[in-house]
Design a binder for this molecule. Structure first.
Ligand code: IMP
Length: 435
């Protein structure tokens, strides 16, 4: 029995889709544990590109792999049904039992998306995906949310929507939004609920039973460590817990059930949306990396900001998630650069660190500290060779191997996987957390 949590170690878009798909081969159940349709996991199988937003990436492994949407998620039923239809058109999830939706997950309503969009058009925008994530989690925390199981009773649904609107209406009006039609939304969501009903159940009980009978469970994170609501670069974060610990809280599983935590990090850094990104490359260097890595958002199509690998930021991911291994992705993209830089720490002037020194070995996440922070770089040689055919570490060109080893040394953890291309085969597998 092995239960493994896989999370993004940076600002999201680390290539979780491919890594989760690979490890799903060894899992019986794959669970998404946070966020909603703000995620976009891109998978390339047999030359075909598939993007999932809500359904765990494990879905591509076919029949008998259960895909679970955990209770900590915020689910847009319309998007979920569209995704399901698309996947079924590809011959996946043909058996209703292969998809499980946690009955306590919260529901994204039309006015959540409206509030998100209107806020993003005004002052204080942070560059959200406009999928209504923030407003849905706000309603949940205010104990006025609509949960999946509320979709099955007309009177209850109407009551929950009306109760929530008491809070949202003044906000909507202030933002110049449309007045929601409670009757119309109730009828629309009742119909959506009816379509989702065959998949809804107590996911916590299902997971408990599966773990008890020795099944392998993979918990798939969304977004990334530095977008975590509590510990990320607040307020430029998402509204959920993106850290490994969130898997337990979201799914109603005790931490003792988890055997291993894998962090996924791109061999460089990217960020989409606003917020601090000290190792960002602007101008031609950033453009070149964006083109080489096809760094455009899977959900919004927005160009991603690109920059050097930040090991000082990754140290936070190691610490906050208790990482037992690192999956390093997109190493092939760095081909052709004469020199590579790795940020190994920061100088933060004016706000001395411990012992009176202004040196920090971890990214300072607070915006005031960041405003005075300068990255400290180490420079390494680049390589010209195409890495996509490499399957063993020994076959990496020496500078690429040195780059990987240096990251491991600086972080104090080993790579368990190195991805050298988008396809499943383009991978160096070093250790399997399920074995
Ligand atoms: P929200 O999650 O849509 O509220 O967006 C909040 C912040 O998180 C924005 O900067 C988004 O760009 C970012 N974000 C949300 N989901 C993802 C993701 O899956 N990948 C990368 N960034 C994301």
């Amino acid at each position: 029995m092995a239960n493994v949590v896989i999370i993004g170690a940076q600002w999201g878009d680390e290539g979780k889709g491919k890594v989760v798909d690979l490890y799903s081969e060894f899992a019986d159940v794959v669970v998404r544990f946070g966020g909603g349709a703000n995620a976009g996991h891109t998978l390339v199988v047999g030359g075909n590109k598939v993007i999932t937003h809500l359904i765990p990436s494990g879905v591509l492994r076919g029949r008998g792999k259960r895909c679970v949407l955990g209770d900590g998620m915020v689910i847009d039923p319309q998007t979920l049904l569209e995704e399901l239809t698309d996947l079924r058109g590809r011959g996946l999830l043909a058996d209703d039992r292969d998809l499980v939706i946690g009955e306590r997950a919260h529901v994204i309503l039309p006015f959540h998306k409206e509030i998100d969009r209107l806020r993003e058009e005004g002052k204080g925008a942070i560059g959200t995906t406009r999928r209504g994530i923030g407003p849905a989690y706000e309603a949940k925390m205010a104990r006025r949310g609509v949960r999946i199981r509320d979709l099955f009773s007309e009177s209850r649904l109407r009551e929950r929507i009306s109760h929530q609107l008491e809070d949202c209406l003044p906000r909507l009006q202030q933002l110049g939004g449309q007045l929601p039609d409670v009757d119309r939304i109730t009828q629309q969501y009742l119909a959506l609920g009816a379509s989702l009903a065959p998949f809804v159940q107590d996911a916590t009980r299902l997971l408990h039973d599966e773990i008890k009978r020795g099944q392998h469970v993979l918990f798939e994170g969304a977004q990334g460590t530095l977008l975590d609501i509590d510990h990320g670069t607040y307020p430029f974060v998402t509204s959920s817990t993106t850290l490994a610990g969130g898997a337990c809280a979201s799914c109603g599983i005790g931490p003792t059930a988890i055997n291993s935590v894998i962090g996924i990090a791109k061999a460089y850094a990217t960020r989409v949306g606003g917020g601090p990104f000290p190792t960002e490359l602007v101008g031609d260097a950033g453009d070149a990396l964006r083109q080489a890595g096809a760094e455009f958002g899977a959900t919004t199509g927005r160009p991603r900001r690109c920059g050097w690998l930040d090991v000082a930021a990754l140290r936070l991911a190691v610490r906050w998630n208790g990482l037992s291994g690192l999956a390093l992705t997109k190493l092939d993209v760095l081909r052709g650069l004469k020199k590579l830089k790795i940020c190994v720490g920061y100088r933060v002037s004016g706000t001395p660190g411990s012992g009176g020194s202004d040196y920090r070995d971890e990214l300072p996440c607070d915006s005031d500290d960041l405003a005075h922070a300068t990255p400290i770089y180490e420079e390494l040689d680049g390589w010209d060779a195409d890495l996509t055919g490499v399957r063993e570490v020994e076959d990496l060109p020496p500078p690429a191997k040195r780059y990987v080893r240096r990251i491991e040394t600086l972080l104090g953890i080993d790579c368990c996987l190195i991805s050298v291309g988008a396809g499943r085969a383009e991978t160096v597998m070093l250790r399997n957390p399920f074995r």
